[in-house]
Design a protein. Structure first.
Length: 456
């Protein structure tokens, strides 16, 4: 997995290397060619040509056939070599224009860039006499040096321009590759801002851009879930409020119309539904405060076993009325826990209420206590076990969700709660820095474990 910084650095290095490489290759080729040309048009080169011609004359005793030799002696095809015999008669011309013409009839000394060579000395069989003259029409000396520099500079500029163009093209391609993920994220942000919470960014990359896309998609998914939860919450709250309000409104209307008497029975119905509304609103308030981390706790040293046994005694009549045994097992000496007595009572009140609701007549609810550890520190665990119908794995995944009810067994028509009790348990325990977990199997009952850190 390569990082974005690595890719950007590699791209910059690649652009620089390509640009420098192109300049180096073109300049080297041209410099080599021009330098070779310069060497070949230097005075030493021309002297070598003169000696070669002298050798040719010495071997042949004449200039016959010299025109076949001359093209092999020029440095560049653009240069010109003219040879005249001792009488001034031109016997060879690489341009093929002056052959047979006398030097007096030419302007070799004027109209061309001419470098007139000394007359050849036929020392090799020539008897030391002047056998001819050669005229090399090309650039030599200072002019050749300047031409070499000028040509080299032109090629430097040309290669530099080509390198810049290729570097710009490559930079544009690389920039588009780098910008493409940002554009995808910008589009995703606009889609999310417009309310399309189901939009996801597609970036197949293992660098920072890919990880940013993953984080963006996770954020979008979280927002989508939050929005769906908010809508469900509003719908559930509206549903839970509608039932008691409908009962209260219907009863009051019936009393006002004279259909029902304004007696104690009807007033109890109104009061009961009012209590349902009050409890629902209080539970929602506590739950919202706990989830926002704003629930104020009055902490003190709490004997958890004593608190749970007292709460069990309060629920024992309700359990016995349904034919259920509620048993508190003896607890060994356990450390106290820092907690809010009232809030912890609320936690176990919800657990006992839930256990009684789900345990059939003849069943049993057992409370047990054990020393435990929580993230490596001493803790105390209280467990509430029932012999009710139990839950499936799918149901366990949602057991602590707001307004969640396990199928019909939690239907409000049976007089059960609004489905907030276990959600409150989870948030209250979390506010105490504790842990809640549940074990359950269909037909085998359920066990809720509440683990709280021991007082330090």
């Amino acid at each position: 997995m390569r990082s974005l910084a690595w890719k950007l650095g590699a791209a910059l290095v690649m652009v620089a290397v390509i640009a420098i490489g192109i300049m180096a290759v073109i300049t080297n080729l041209n410099t080599s060619r021009q330098f070779q040309s310069y060497i070949e048009t230097s005075p030493a080169f021309i002297e070598t040509v003169s000696r070669t011609l002298a050798v040719f004359y010495a071997q042949n005793r004449s200039w016959a056939g010299v025109e076949n030799l001359l093209p092999q002696l020029v440095a560049n095809t653009s240069d010109r070599l003219v040879v005249a015999d001792s009488s001034g008669q031109i016997v060879g011309d690489t341009a093929g224009e002056l052959s047979g013409v006398n030097l007096s009839q030419t302007d070799l000394t004027g109209g061309y860039t001419i470098r007139t060579m000394m007359g050849f000395q036929g020392g090799m069989g020539g008897g030391g006499q002047i056998v001819g003259q050669a005229f090399y029409v090309g650039q030599t000396g200072v002019a050749a040096e300047q031409a070499f520099l000028n040509q080299t500079n032109r090629w430097l500029w040309l290669s530099g321009g080509i390198a810049v163009i290729l570097a710009v093209v490559l930079a544009v391609i690389l920039a588009r590759n780098f910008i493409r993920p940002l554009r995808a994220l910008d589009t995703g942000a606009r889609e999310i801002a417009s309310g399309n919470l189901g939009y996801r960014v597609k970036i197949d990359s293992g660098d920072e851009a890919g990880r940013l896309a993953e984080s963006f998609n996770a954020m979008a998914g979280s927002l989508q879930q939050s929005e769906e939860a908010r809508k469900r919450l509003l719908a559930d709250v509206a549903h839970e409020l509608r039932t008691p309000l409908t009962i209260i409104s219907g009863t009051v209307d019936a009393i006002s119309d004279g259909v029902l008497p304004a007696d104690e029975k009807q007033l109890k119905i109104i009061k009961s539904e009012s209590q349902v509304l009050t409890r629902l609103i209080a539970d929602l308030r506590d739950l919202s405060l706990a989830e926002a981390g704003e629930l104020k706790l009055e902490l003190s040293s709490v004997d958890l076993a004593d608190l749970v046994r007292r709460k069990a005694e309060q629920f024992k009549p309700l359990a016995e009325a349904k034919g259920i045994s509620l048993i508190s097992e003896a607890a060994e000496a356990l450390p106290s826990v820092p907690g809010d007595w009232v809030r912890l009572e609320q936690v176990f009140a919800n657990l006992f209420s839930n256990a009684i609701r789900h345990t059939p007549a003849g069943g049993r609810i057992t409370v047990s206590f054990n020393p435990d550890t929580l993230e490596g520190t001493p803790a105390v665990t209280a467990a509430v076990t029932d012999t009710g119908e139990g839950m499936t794995i799918e149901q366990l995944e949602h057991i602590f969700d707001r307004f969640y009810r396990v199928e019909d067994s939690r239907a409000r028509a049976e007089g059960n709660g609004a489905g907030l009790g276990l959600a409150i348990v989870k948030q209250m325990v979390a506010a105490h820095h504790g842990r809640v977990r549940v074990e359950s199997r269909p037909g085998r009952g359920s066990t809720f474990h509440i683990t709280l850190p021991a007082a330090g």
